[in-house]
Design a protein around this ligand. Structure first.
Ligand SMILES: [Zn+2]
Length: 120
């Protein structure tokens, strides 16, 4: 299950960010997953909760957004949105493209509701 390895990597980033910002705990995480990484949201949620157990991020809400892919054809330089399994350029019909966006998983934010002053 590749979501679990992504989740474990994610949790270590979250723990680092929480420590750097001196958060007492983590309530909400925003994650942007490139569509080319083929992350299944439901599996990612489960994997995340599993990976976060007994860490500062345990029980935090994971907000997952999907980022569309963008590639550039190496032949004609056309930038287009490919299908996940087909990078064929719509113009020259050759599947030779460089990925510009959509192959990364980015941790957008780590937040704690207590730091907003709600927990008093
Ligand atoms: Zn092309």
């Amino acid at each position: 299950m590749h979501e679990l390895s992504i989740a474990m990597e994610l949790v270590s980033q979250i723990v680092e960010a929480a420590e750097a910002n001196r958060l007492p705990r983590v309530d909400e995480i925003e994650l942007e997953a490139g569509i080319l990484r083929l992350v299944v949201p439901e599996i990612m949620q489960t994997a995340f909760q599993e990976a976060a157990r007994e860490t500062i991020a345990a029980g935090a809400a994971l907000i997952l957004t999907e980022k569309k892919a963008k590639v550039r054809c190496n032949q004609c330089a056309l930038v287009f949105e490919p299908h996940v399994d087909d990078f064929t350029c719509p113009k020259c019909r050759i599947a030779d493209a460089k990925v510009l966006e959509g192959d990364q998983i980015i941790l957008k934010s780590v937040s704690c509701n207590l730091s907003e002053g709600n927990g008093k």
